[in-house]
Design a protein around this ligand. Structure first.
Ligand code: FE2
Ligand code: FE2
Length: 219
């Protein structure tokens, strides 16, 4: 609740918290002080990609746009650092935090459970059973689609120097290592549209590394 007693606009609040958290994570990653701007804000770029994809899927598949939008902005709130490859409890923890945030805004009370469910379920790079309901399925697909395609290459190439020194060869090796995992992500997509988009995006990534390898060999 704001000082005037009026409930805060949920979109404003959600986006501002997500941006603030993303900035903190990026500054720590790049070893910059709070008065600087990080050279690349991976988390914010990732969130924007997930929101774009999730909104597109929601519109095409007839899902509740407010639930999907809120869940997409808040889904990685509890993620502790970028290098954490093993999926942890950030889904459940993030859902609890999202509930506390949304309850203090004008977000529809009856939709909060659905946002929390989607956030709690979004973790993991592949799964053996589909996520339900539709809004949760869409967040899962959008989060994984953001790790595929041309946008994933931009994220990977810009983020990598914050983690270690890179060369074209090291990026090729690391990128190719991810290809197998990305194929499993595509096969785990919940919605047929997500799977179709995943296949297209995976092919873009595969061809990029194929071409990079050819060029590095002098071809
Ligand atoms: Fe996540
Ligand atoms: Fe994510």
């Amino acid at each position: 609740m704001s000082e005037s007693g009026k409930r805060t606009s949920w979109q404003e609040r959600v986006i501002s918290i997500a941006k603030e958290r993303a900035r903190e994570e990026s500054l720590e990653l790049w070893g910059r002080s709070s008065d600087e701007e990080p050279p690349f804000n991976y988390r914010l770029e990732h969130l924007r990609a997930v929101v774009r994809i999730a909104e597109g899927l929601a519109l095409k598949l007839g899902a509740d746009l407010e639930i999907v939008r809120a869940a997409a902005w808040l889904h990685d709130l509890a993620k502790e650092g970028i290098t954490e490859l093993v999926e942890d409890g950030h889904g459940v923890k993030g859902a609890e935090e999202a509930r506390r945030i949304l309850e203090r805004t004008d977000f529809a009370k009856e939709k909060i459970d659905a946002v929390c469910q989607a956030i709690a379920e979004h973790v993991g790079l592949y799964r053996d059973h589909p996520v339900e309901p539709l809004e949760a399925a869409i967040l899962w697909d959008a989060d994984k689609l953001a790790k595929l395609g041309a946008i994933s290459l931009v994220h990977f190439l810009c983020l990598s120097p914050s983690l270690s020194r890179v060369t074209a060869e090291s990026l090729l090796g690391e990128g190719r290592r991810w290809l197998g995992l990305q194929a499993k992500m595509v096969e785990s997509m919940n919605t047929p549209l997500g799977k179709e988009m995943g296949r297209e995006r995976h092919e873009v990534v595969r061809r990029f590394y194929e071409q990079l390898e050819r060029e590095l060999k002098g071809g």
